[in-house]
Design a protein around this ligand. Structure first.
Ligand code: AMP
Ligand code: MN
Ligand code: MN
Ligand code: MN
Length: 287
């Protein structure tokens, strides 16, 4: 597979915390010139068949995808899985366990918000949820924008939903080793999502990359909607140093909220090996 194809291997539908249906995302990816697509809903694969069917009906090559929430060194890290078998029972059970506890966490978040005078946030957030197992901070953010508390979701996160703020509730997600194994043992490739977003020290980041590889992880997102130009350079170097495949994905969530649209990112730097070169036999194509 050509290394400079327009691959977009990271985005979200309403099955997790995006606002569009899988079919609408497939159409948008196609219209934007995407040549290889993956829907990567958080901790969930129940949208995969719809995404794949829609992509294939548009002659858009498709890789199964997900983005697993992991707790590493006390921080939430995201691991993208690509090209796995979406019917794998161990993977599905692991994702179900990772989703478990979101409702309780959301109720606690609402309690925290009530203490600063924001009542009814759980019920408000639920109005934005399509998948009851996947209530996330994003849904609270949409509710607080709609109710006029904040002018955009970024402001909600900054004021209410990050560590130290009233609606933040620490949570224990999957372990790094489990997430990587669920992906690789179901035939996929595990990829560190948007590494530039984590607030790690250099030592912690080195530990993340080292342990990720030791568990069988093989890729890292270099070009993502979360990275600026300096991150592209830094994680190109890290990919080369750790001999990791490179991935590219917008992390598109919503036409109203996302700065980077599907299929509109710069190409991967030419010296990197794209993750899709290792996934050629996992791509679904229209027959
Ligand atoms: P959760 O899995 O419930 O902790 O929610 C995490 C999601 O919140 C991420 O996948 C992003 O979509 C969103 N998110 C996290 N931080 C921010 C931020 N600063 N601004 C906007 N959205 C954010
Ligand atoms: Mn999200
Ligand atoms: Mn993420
Ligand atoms: Mn994401």
């Amino acid at each position: 597979m050509n290394s400079s194809i327009n691959a977009d291997l990271h985005c979200h539908s309403a099955v997790s915390d995006g606002t569009l249906a899988p079919e609408a995302l497939a159409a948008r990816a196609k219209a934007n010139g995407v040549e290889l697509w993956a829907l990567t809903d958080h901790d969930e694969v129940s949208g995969q068949q719809r995404a794949r069917d829609a992509a294939l009906s548009l002659a858009l090559p498709y890789l199964n995808g997900t983005e697993i929430s992991v707790t590493f060194a006390g921080t939430t890290v995201h691991i993208v899985g690509l090209g796995f078998d979406a019917d794998d029972e161990t993977l599905k059970a692991g994702l179900a366990a990772t989703r478990g506890g979101r409702r309780e966490r959301a109720l606690e978040m609402a309690e925290g918000l009530a203490k600063v005078g924001i009542e009814g946030a759980y019920e408000g957030a639920l109005k934005f949820v399509s998948n009851p197992e996947l209530i996330s901070r994003t849904h609270f953010a949409r509710h607080l924008v709609e109710s006029g508390k904040c002018s955009d979701t970024q402001e909600v996160f900054r004021r209410f939903l990050v560590d130290g703020k009233p609606g933040y509730v620490p949570h224990r997600w999957a372990t790094l080793g489990d997430a990587v194994r669920w992906i690789t043992r179901s035939g996929g490739v595990a990829v560190i999502a948007h590494p530039g977003r984590y607030k790690f020290s250099a030592n912690e980041e080195y530990a993340l990359f080292t342990e990720f590889k030791a568990h069988g992880g093989r890729g890292v997102e270099v070009v993502t909607g979360s990275h600026g130009a300096a991150d592209f350079i830094k994680y190109t170097d890290m990919a080369l140093e750790f001999d990791l495949l490179a991935s590219r994905g917008s992390d598109f969530h919503s036409p109203q909220e996302s700065r980077i649209d599907l299929g509109t990112l710069p190409d991967l730097p030419a010296q990197l090996t794209p993750v899709w070169t290792a996934l050629a036999d996992r791509v679904h194509r229209a027959s």
